[in-house]
Design a protein around this ligand. Structure first.
Ligand code: HEM
Length: 374
């Protein structure tokens, strides 16, 4: 962080790239530039013309038709699906004999993918809206298939990675996990239950924990746009034709906005401080018309799953926050890098042979001198 430079430019061949972490620039970019950078063409083989990558003209039509699939009523019906899958996950962990290391990411990803797949197959939500679009000839059958597969991937992969990161970090900071647990016990006295919507809304501390983790380790580390026209960001002009990068990992750790930025401190999201920050200083789901369509859905899935698991188990890990930050900052995560273990909570006061965890630093800052020992 010593060499903090809010605006940086570089060239790759004839392409100009500009990265900025000034919230005012970020707001201008994400409000004015809806076109994605040619960088996204790298994904064309798997998701050409899906919401994430499509050119503005196609994106507008698709987004208009898909938006209603994410209204509150439909969101509530997704809720039930994820309660069931969270319970299955608890059962899966329950059936394991004793305590052992588990590749949480794989398990969670499989469950969230199953949930997304079931939903898509039985869908009374996404497909009908796309089919309507097909009747008006605004979308082909192939595009429907592509959009649906992408949505399943976007929903399951981002949620799984986020849930895994939340559980891993709480596995390091047992005192914060305990605070989450105490909140869960008060909101959900019966451990058999998963939170319904009204209870989810009362899990304020859990929400702050998830938000703080998405600040420190954003699941999508950067966003890119293409400048169709000059964008004035005083004292600079980002010229038409340039590729604009918003590096969320750096934006979320700007020391001017986030004192002691590498410290894990969920209380940052509890206080009035939130209202004092620029609205683009924290954007794990992006911002503007082309933000994440699954924002509410994603938060719901993460909260339901983490709440259900932590109401039943205590999680521990041998990872360190430093290593997590280091690995997640890379756009592609190394698979199987999160050794986790859990212990059923009926024996919460026993020492139960869990895998060793690092002692958390008292101040919850990144301890660079203690690498993970697996
Ligand atoms: C915690 C989980 C999630 C995070 C952190 C997240 C984050 C993001 C971000 C940062 C973007 C903007 C990407 C860009 O502009 O390059 C995005 C876009 C998108 N996300 Fe998510 N997402 C999450 C969950 C979901 C879920 C659950 C769904 C679907 C149900 C979803 C569907 C999409 C779609 C379709 C786009 C493209 C939107 C557009 O361009 O109109 N995401 N997401």
């Amino acid at each position: 962080m010593d060499s903090w430079r809010p605006v940086t430019k570089f060239w790759v061949g004839s392409q100009l790239y500009i990265a900025t972490t000034r919230p005012t620039d970020v707001e201008k970019i994400l409000t004015n530039s809806l076109n994605k950078s040619p960088f996204y063409e790298n994904f064309n083989d798997i998701m050409k013309d899906t919401l994430l990558t499509a050119k503005v003209s196609i994106w507008k039509e698709h987004r208009k038709m898909i938006n209603p699939s994410f209204n509150s009523k439909i969101l509530n019906s997704y809720h039930d699906i994820f309660i069931n899958y969270s319970k299955e996950m608890v059962k899966f962990l329950d059936d394991k004999e004793g305590v052992e290391q588990t590749d949480f990411l794989r398990v969670i990803w499989e469950k969230t993918f199953d949930a997304a797949l079931d939903d898509t197959i039985e869908s009374k939500r996404l497909l009908p809206n796309l089919t309507k679009l097909n009747q008006t000839k605004l979308i082909t059958r192939e595009e429907i298939l592509e959009e649906t597969s992408f949505m399943m991937m976007a929903a399951s992969e981002t949620a799984a990675i986020t849930i895994n990161t939340v559980l891993t970090i709480l596995g390091i900071y047992s005192d914060i996990q305990e605070r989450v647990y105490q909140e869960l016990v008060s909101v959900l006295p019966n451990m058999e239950n998963s939170p319904i919507q009204e209870e989810l809304n009362r899990l304020d501390y859990l929400e702050s924990v998830v938000k703080e983790i998405l600040r420190l380790v954003p699941t999508i580390p950067f966003i890119m746009r293409y400048a169709d026209e000059d964008i004035k960001c005083d004292p600079y002009v980002f010229p038409a034709g340039s590729n604009l990068i918003v590096p969320l990992v750096l934006l979320h750790r700007d020391p001017e906005v986030w004192p002691d930025p590498e410290k894990f401190d969920p209380d940052r999201f509890l206080h009035d401080e939130v209202g004092k920050r620029h609205r683009c200083s924290y954007i794990p789901f992006s911002f503007g018309a082309r933000n994440c369509i699954g924002l509410k859905f994603g938060m719901m899935v993460v909260k339901v799953t983490v709440a259900t698991i932590l109401r039943n188990f205590e999680v521990q890990t041998v990872e360190t926050l430093y290593l997590i930050i280091l690995l997640r900052n890379k756009p592609i995560r190394r698979p199987g890098t999160t050794p986790m273990g859990c212990r059923e909570l009926s024996g919460r006061c026993g020492d139960g042979g869990v895998i060793n965890s690092q002692e958390p630093n008292e101040d919850h800052s990144v301890n660079k001198s203690s690498p993970a020992s697996v």
